[in-house]
Every structure is written in structure tokens, then in C-alpha cells.
Write a protein that binds this ligand. Structure first.
Ligand SMILES: [Zn+2]
Length: 280
């Protein structure tokens, strides 16, 4: 992706073919609300707010930071919005992954290669032919912990998640029939909460507990729990088969020209994405 200058307001990754309609619609609505609010004080300024706001949405795809995270959920209750915004063609193959990457118990970034070396050295993972896989000892503990946690309600999972993660607080959230564990960051603000779907929370707590005899440091155990979601063989919550899919080019799952969409691992029964494989 080349841009003539960093001051260029255009964002080709969010416009043209890549424009995300939920983001655009939500932002146009928000610009209208902002302009209406300003017009109470100054009608002429309101006109400027509307013009600048709409121009930015046109050039950049969206003006409100974080739009790709909340827009799809905001428009989801509108009948037909899924077909309208995501395109029916995308769902014909049946392999479109559930939207959005779930959060993690530990959002901290770790060096992937360092982590892999460590997990191989400590017996969490092993080389299996030309692939890497969990060792039998780790997998057995992981499975046993998963079975135990599956029986817990989401409130209990939230309490365990708070105890083992750096989160300041955790709560169970139920929304449209989906169960989430919401974690607030160590500084306690609730705007940047991390939300984990229930199967993801089970996978990570189980992975963290299973790693106890292998790893002494908490941060590495959490990082291992996050990475090891890629090795899941069944849904940690319902026990059903998982499906490989692709991340569709919408709202955070964007792919640029010539870029392959990321592969995903998801539970079709729970409609939960359990892992997004990094692009090659
Ligand atoms: Zn499931």
C-alpha cells in the first residue's frame, strides 16, 4: 500500500471496493447527530461539521475511531442488514467465519518466535513431522480442564478469568443469547473492555491451567493459552466439530488487493470464532 504522504486523508484500505457499509452508514448517522447538536448553538458551524464529517467518511471510510469493532453489532438488529452489508454471495459457500476476533485473557503482545521456542523447550508443544502440535501430556491436562470448565456458568468463568489475568475486573454479559466474559484493563477503565465469547474463555482458562507444570511465569502461560487456541480439535463449550473458514473483507477482517484473507477456526454451532491464523 503506497500513500503519497502521511497527511493524505484518503484511506484506500477502507474505501472504494474495500468500503465497509456498516461503518459508513453508522458514521454518516453519527455525523448527522453531531451536526444537529452543533446547530442548536451555531447553524453555520453545523453546516461545516456536516460537510467535513461527510468528506472524511467518503475519503477515509469512517471518522469515529474503533468503528470496525462496533458498527457490525450496531447494525445487526436491522432486518436484512447482514445480507445487505455482507453480501449474500459471501455466505453461499457456507464458509464465512463468524464475525470478529474474540478478545483474549492476555492482550499483551509477545514475540511469536520466542514463545514458540519456549513452549517447545518446556514440553507444551512438540515437532510432529513438519508441523508443531501440543504434547500428549499437555493435551491431556488441557482436555480435562476444558471438561471441568464447560460445566461452570459464565459468572464463575468471569471470576476465574479475573483471578488469572491482569484485568482489574470481570463480569459475565449475556447479549442476544450469546454469553461473554468482559474484562476491564488493569487501569480499570470500562471503555476498553476486552470481550471473550464463552468458548474462547473456556479454551484460554483451560490452556492456562494446563500449562502450570510446564511454565512458571504467568504471562507466558497466558500467552501460551491464547496461541494454543489454534490447536483446538473440538469446541471447548459444546464439544462440536470445528470448521476452517476465511475472514471476509469487512470491518476489521479487511484484505487489501492481492492479499489472501486470513484463515479462521470456528464453531459453527456456537457461531464463535476461536482462532484467526496470521496471514503468511
Ligand atoms: Zn460450540
Amino acid at each position: 500500500m503506497t500513500r503519497s504522504t502521511t497527511l493524505d486523508p484518503r484511506r484506500p484500505e477502507h474505501t472504494g471496493e474495500n468500503r465497509c457499509w456498516p461503518c459508513t452508514v453508522v458514521n454518516v448517522a453519527l455525523v448527522a447527530v453531531a451536526a444537529a447538536a452543533v446547530s442548536v448553538v451555531s447553524p453555520s458551524t453545523a453546516g461545516a461539521v456536516a460537510v467535513v464529517g461527510l468528506a472524511l467518511v467518503w475519503l477515509r471510510g469512517y471518522v469515529v475511531p474503533g468503528t470496525p469493532r462496533f458498527a457490525p453489532r450496531l447494525v445487526a438488529p436491522i432486518p436484512g442488514s447482514d445480507a445487505l452489508f455482507h453480501g449474500t454471495a459471501a455466505t453461499d459457500g457456507g464458509d464465512r467465519a463468524p464475525d470478529g476476533e474474540s478478545g483474549s485473557l492476555d492482550p499483551a503482545d509477545v514475540d511469536g518466535e520466542e514463545l514458540l521456542d519456549r513452549l517447545l523447550a518446556e514440553g507444551v508443544l512438540e515437532i510432529d513431522g513438519d508441523a508443531v502440535a501440543p504434547t500428549a501430556a499437555y493435551r491431556e491436562r488441557w482436555r480435562a480442564e476444558t471438561d471441568r470448565l464447560r460445566a461452570e456458568d459464565t459468572e464463575s468463568l468471569a471470576a476465574i478469568a479475573r483471578d488469572i489475568s491482569p484485568a482489574a475486573a470481570a463480569r459475565a454479559v449475556s447479549e442476544d443469547g450469546d454469553e461473554w466474559v468482559a474484562l476491564s484493563p488493569p487501569d480499570g477503565n470500562t471503555i476498553d473492555e476486552t470481550w471473550l465469547r464463552r468458548p474462547v474463555a473456556i479454551a484460554e482458562i483451560a490452556g492456562y491451567r494446563a500449562a502450570e507444570p510446564f511454565l512458571s511465569d504467568d504471562s507466558i502461560r497466558l500467552a501460551a493459552a491464547r496461541t494454543n487456541r489454534m490447536f483446538l480439535e473440538a469446541c471447548p463449550d459444546c464439544g462440536g466439530d470445528l470448521e476452517r473458514g476465511v475472514d471476509m473483507p469487512c470491518c476489521g477482517g479487511h484484505t487489501g488487493p492481492g492479499e489472501e484473507p486470513a484463515e479462521t477456526l470456528a464453531c459453527p454451532a456456537c457461531e464463535v470464532r476461536l482462532y484467526t491464523f496470521p496471514r503468511e
